[in-house]
Design a protein around this ligand. Structure first.
Ligand code: NAD
Length: 253
């Protein structure tokens, strides 16, 4: 029989690279019970209704994740979402679903504690060095670009910079690019983001700040998907304390 303190967990996208790692981590955690694994083609709603987990860890793909969140909340299950590709409009809609259901949810573009710290430090630096560009590097099979982490990092920098009354200096905006995209795409605060997709990477990000006569770069590398699992387990342990939509693991640290 399940002990009252055992956290019951389902994982969707369980056969994927991240999903397999999450299944392993939950299975090995003494205070958790993996009650369901859901894969492409499975009926998520029926499985959640049958197995009644407290939370659903989602490592599926952009285009699928939003509907999964809706189904989970509809079943009374707390979504803990690692899958990326959600737009600001999606986040606003999901926030409304959380309020309507009275349940919390976590959307964490990066579960690696080191990457979350990088984002925090980037916000601090941007108060003094407002000129910044982001390079994010991922494995060649990542389908969305830029990474959710880069999007979130740019948002944090833009907010911190504006709060400090700092503005980036004008730089060529790409009108004279020899190749379209050479100056990267633009995220929040008009911050250039450059997305690299190559074998040999799991997930890396470098945030480059420049000032007169100086440079400062912050870099984080996930070299193994195990790097994300302490964050996933932390979010499971905190799931029932979430109120409304929580966007980013930093709110749980
Ligand atoms: P992957 O392609 O290896 O895995 C995705 C899995 O989802 C596949 O097994 C696929 O069959 C499954 N899937 C697709 N549609 C489904 C559906 N309707 N129902 C159930 N399963 C379905 O990808 P990955 O490398 O494991 O990454 C998964 C997601 O996690 C991506 O969005 C990626 O950007 C993100 N990611 C997040 C973090 C983080 O820390 N938040 C870290 C790494 C990757």
């Amino acid at each position: 029989m399940t002990a009252p303190t055992t956290l019951t967990v389902a994982v969707v996208g369980a056969q994927g690279r991240m999903g397999q790692e999450a299944v392993k981590a939950v299975t090995e955690a003494a205070d958790m019970e993996l009650v369901a694994t859901i894969n492409r083609g499975d009926d998520l709603r029926a499985i959640l209704q049958r197995t009644r987990p407290q939370c659903l860890v989602d490592f599926t793909v952009p285009g699928v994740v939003k509907e999964n969140i809706k189904v989970a909340l509809g079943c009374g299950v707390i979504p803990l979402v690692g899958a990326t590709g959600l737009s600001p409009d999606d986040l606003a809609e999901i926030k409304g679903w959380c309020e309507a259901s009275g349940l919390g949810a976590l959307i964490a573009p990066n579960f690696a504690i080191g990457a979350v710290l990088l984002m925090r430090f980037a916000g601090e630096v941007a108060r003094y060095l407002p000129d910044v560009e982001i390079i994010e590097m991922h494995h060649e099979r990542k389908i969305d670009a830029p990474s959710g982490t880069a999007v979130k990092t740019a948002e944090l920098i833009a907010t911190a910079r504006a709060a400090a009354g700092m503005t980036a200096r004008a730089r060529p905006d790409g009108a004279f690019e020899t190749f379209s995209g050479a100056r990267g795409g633009r995220a929040a605060g008009n911050i250039p983001v450059h997305s690299v997709r190559l074998p040999g990477f799991v997930a890396s990000q470098e945030v480059l700040f420049g000032g007169p006569g100086q440079r400062l770069s912050l870099r984080h590398d996930s070299i193994d998907r195990a790097s994300f699992m302490p964050g996933v387990l932390l979010s499971i342990r905190r799931a029932t304390t979430l109120r409304g939509l929580v966007y980013g693991l930093e709110h749980l640290l």
